[in-house]
Design a binder for this molecule. Structure first.
Ligand code: MRU
Length: 365
């Protein structure tokens, strides 16, 4: 998507297969590009959220294998690469999905060919991410179009949480992809962006990408959504997912569940956009079984921003001795989900419907 009129993806390959990312820790204040070279670079960039968002961390992990195999393609290195990458973040299943694909392919391959095979597969995974998200945009546009038709072509207001934008994927995003597609089609669209405490991915990332792509939007505090819904200011809630269970429970950034409850209470459609790689076919009960990342409590007590001298600083907002809890994700039960927008179409959030998706998506990379 666009940054100051120039096309970017969140991760890309340059000459000699050098891997570059946008270092998202500094947005929206500074736009920094970083090259990742060692397996440690890849692991740190995922763990410390230089890159984040479920699909993007899967793609980054795939390139971690490629670089690691370039330096040392032994079995020992392959095992280490797998365990280093798996230890970075626990919730987004796309990471596990990509690691499994890479590992199972490489363990069977001759050591001398591993570097080349790994690079080829990582490039496939990157390409597939762009294609899937693009298709999610087209599929999700149908929902937007229906609402616009019902409103006699009046403006549609969409609420989103966290950043399920192109920065969370390679390009297009998941929840934002139907929005970008609708904009291309000339829809009159407005987005309410939850700030998404504690790390403020909405305030810092979603607003940034919407601004650079000319999408009308307002930033709101996390607790404003329910109020706006009660006053008919939201037509649709559209979010992404980090892991969706086979019965359609959706794990996404902390606070998503409360938005789903408000949407349900106000009879507002609540859709989740996700590539099929975000479905964990081994988990049936998302609330019970999806592992929820607990991040450093300091993210709750400190907020990052820019001071009047343009320095990026962290300020504390709570008494020094106050302890915090920082669960980073929550699970929205399938009964609150109107539908799942995937690259293969829109599916009901239940086991039977997702079995049809499984037939279309399984093993196709
Ligand atoms: O902790 P983050 O920033 O990695 O969390 C990201 C989200 O919760 C996104 O909504 C999710 O990955 C879906 S993105 C396409």
């Amino acid at each position: 998507m666009n940054v100051n009129g120039k096309k970017y993806t969140s991760i890309w390959i340059e000459k000699d297969n050098r891997v570059f990312i946008i270092d998202q820790r500094w947005l929206p204040h500074e736009f920094k590009i970083v090259e990742l070279t060692t397996i440690n670079d890849f692991a740190v960039s995922i763990r410390d959220m230089w890159v984040r968002g479920a699909p993007l961390i899967g793609v980054t992990a795939a390139f971690g294998f490629a670089k690691s195999m370039q330096y040392d393609s032994s079995d020992k290195s392959l095992e280490e690469t797998k365990s280093i990458l798996l230890s970075t973040r626990p919730t987004a299943v796309n990471l596990h999905w990509a690691v499994k694909i890479m590992y199972e392919l490489l363990i069977k391959a001759d050591q001398d060919n591993r570097a080349e095979i790994a690079l080829g597969k990582a490039k496939d995974i990157l390409k597939r991410d762009i294609q899937s998200n693009n298709q999610i945009g087209k599929n999700g546009y149908e929902i937007i179009k229906n609402i616009i038709n019902k409103k006699n072509n009046d403006k549609i207001n969409i609420l989103t949480h966290c950043n399920a934008g192109w920065l969370a994927t390679v390009d297009w995003g998941t929840a934002t992809s139907p929005i970008y597609y609708a904009k291309e089609k000339g829809a009159n669209i407005h987005v309410f962006v939850d700030e998404t405490r504690p790390r403020n991915q909405g305030a810092q990332l979603t607003t940034w990408e919407l601004s650079h792509n000319d999408i009308s939007h307002d930033l709101i505090v996390d607790n404003a959504g329910g109020h706006l819904m009660q006053h008919n200011e939201i037509d649709l809630v559209l979010v992404g997912s980090d892991r969706t269970s086979s019965n359609g429970d959706v794990c996404n950034k902390i606070g998503t569940y409360l938005k789903a409850l408000s949407a349900y209470d106000n009879d507002i459609p609540f859709y989740v956009a996700l590539p099929s790689s975000t479905i964990d076919w081994n988990i049936k009960d998302g609330v019970k079984n999806i592992p929820i990342e607990e991040r450093d409590p300091s993210e709750v007590n400190y907020v990052q921003g820019r001071d009047t001298s343009n320095n990026i600083i962290k300020v504390d907002i709570a008494p020094e001795r106050t302890k915090s809890r920082n669960p980073a994700f929550d699970v929205t039960p399938s009964r609150l989900v109107s539908g799942l927008i995937t690259e293969h179409g829109i599916f009901d959030a239940n086991y039977a419907s997702l079995q049809n998706l499984k037939k279309l998506s399984y093993g196709n990379i």
